[in-house]
Write a protein that binds this ligand. Structure first.
Ligand code: COA
Length: 416
């Protein structure tokens, strides 16, 4: 099967998570992704939180599958020369260095565009160009704070809270991938490359857009009816942290199931969607609630919503999270068990769909990773191992026309 991105060559000048998540996705879909790494050390994540001595860490292997690794010191003149050749023959360059690093290396957007006017240059930075913080280096949690996620996550009586989901890193990489694919389609029409830039702050904020909705509602009416603070608590002039409340207009909460006293994940998420009220009452064995004016409408339920949740917890007390969901699904009630990483790793459905994949690796044996969450009717992305440091240096240099002697010379000056 020909993969959709076959024939697209990508210089992957990325590290840590935001950039690598983007280029890994494009590699799954067939792009020839060449990861350029500093000789001797490579991407810092190769060494971070290692669980096996002398083998690349899982942080690296899980974000760099399906890629090639070329070691190149792009600060040495010999290394710059190799990079220039590669630029002339590539379609896309992706980078997520700190602000100004690429310019300092001598590869500004203007220079790259001069070397290859058809090339797309894609960048991740913490803040967008021209932002008053655009000189800052940024990691995941910093972005979550700057993008509005932290101030709106957690409980009202606790501090701003960071989500475990990589809203700043992988999410930004996914936005960048959309930008790159758009620019590639644009290039088909214009013949020209362009610069694509995504900031981590913007990407987090994009996922927090319902909180910006809430800020505007709050300013207009002074309260937010779906938040636990309503109607008994106080609202200030900023969107509060709503705990586990549902944000989309249907109240929901994380509810205790059988075994919660000893198992910290014996919970389900239960949603009280307006039109599902009748089936909910039937599922809970509370038919009298269906027409009771104190329960019948969302407005009537809201003032005592936590009492309702308590009653549901009473119903859940003798059911495991899986048993509860198996009953509730029959009534079409939106709900799910709170799943642990261990449960997800062993989930047969996720294995069968290719979302959890076991990948053989030369040094590690095999490891688990998350495969493509995007499913196609005509493409089954296959996940192959991340490259060892410099594993493809000779292959890539030979493809650029370097002889064995040239490669030896480059090694002598430690440029590769
Ligand atoms: N050969 C020679 N030098 C190389 C090189 C190579 N192959 N690859 C990188 N370098 C150099 C860079 O040119 C830079 O040099 P300079 O600062 O002297 O100009 C240097 O390595 C460090 O790069 P930098 O990206 O600033 O690394 P850092 O470890 O100090 O910062 C981040 C890491 C992630 C904080 C920073 O890269 C950043 O803010 N990136 C943008 C946002 C982002 O993606 N954050 C991470 C999300 S997971």
């Amino acid at each position: 099967m020909t993969k959709p991105l076959e024939g697209i060559r990508i210089i992957d000048f990325t590290h840590v998570q935001a950039g690598p998540a983007c280029t890994q996705l494009l590699a799954w879909f067939g792009a020839d992704v060449i990861k350029v790494e500093r000789p001797g050390s490579g991407d810092v994540t190769r060494n971070q939180l290692r669980d096996i001595p002398d083998a690349d860490a899982l942080y690296f292997t899980m974000l760099n599958s399906n890629k090639k690794s070329l070691t190149l010191d792009t600060k040495k003149p010999e290394g710059k020369e190799v990079l220039e050749k590669l630029i002339r023959e590539s379609d896309v360059l992706v980078e997520n260095f700190g602000p100004g690093a690429l310019d300092r290396m001598g590869f500004s957007w203007e220079r790259l565009n001069e070397l290859n006017p058809k090339m797309i240059v894609a960048s991740v930075k913490g803040f967008s160009d021209g932002h008053h913080y655009d000189d800052l280096k940024v990691y995941e949690n910093v972005a979550q704070c700057a993008g509005g996620a932290a101030s709106t996550t957690g409980f009202w009586d606790g501090p701003p809270t960071i989500s475990a989901a990589a809203l700043g890193d992988s999410n930004t990489g996914m936005h960048l991938a959309i930008g790159i694919l758009t620019a590639l389609l644009g290039r088909d029409k214009t013949g020209k490359g362009q610069k694509v830039a995504v900031s981590m702050q913007d990407s987090v904020l994009n996922l927090c857009r319902v909180k910006l909705r809430d800020q505007q509602r709050l300013e207009r009416v002074g309260y937010l009816e779906e938040y636990p603070q309503y109607p008994h608590g106080e609202f200030s002039d900023v969107v509060p942290r709503g705990g586990n409340a549902g944000g989309g207009g249907q109240p929901g909460w994380v509810l205790k199931c059988k075994g919660w006293e000893t198992d910290p994940n014996a919970y389900i998420y239960f949603t009280i969607q307006g039109h599902a009220w009748e089936p909910i009452c039937k599922a809970l064995g509370k038919p009298e609630w269906i027409d009771d004016p104190a329960y019948k409408t969302a407005e009537a339920r809201q003032p005592h919503i936590f009492e309702i949740f308590k009653t549901i917890e009473g119903w859940l007390a003798d059911k495991t999270k899986f048993e509860a969901v198996d009953i509730l699904r029959k009534f079409d009630i939106p709900c799910a068990p709170v799943l642990t990483m261990k449960e997800l790793a062993n989930d047969p459905s996720l294995r069968a769909s290719g979302t959890i994949v076991e990948v053989p690796h030369k040094k590690r044996g095999s490891y688990l990773t998350v495969g493509s969450p995007i499913k196609f009717s005509d493409l089954k992305p296959e996940v192959t191992a991340s490259p060892l440091l410099g594993e493809h240096t000779e292959e890539v240099l030979a493809s650029l026309g370097y002889s064995k002697q040239d490669i030896f010379n480059l090694r002598e000056v430690k440029a590769v």
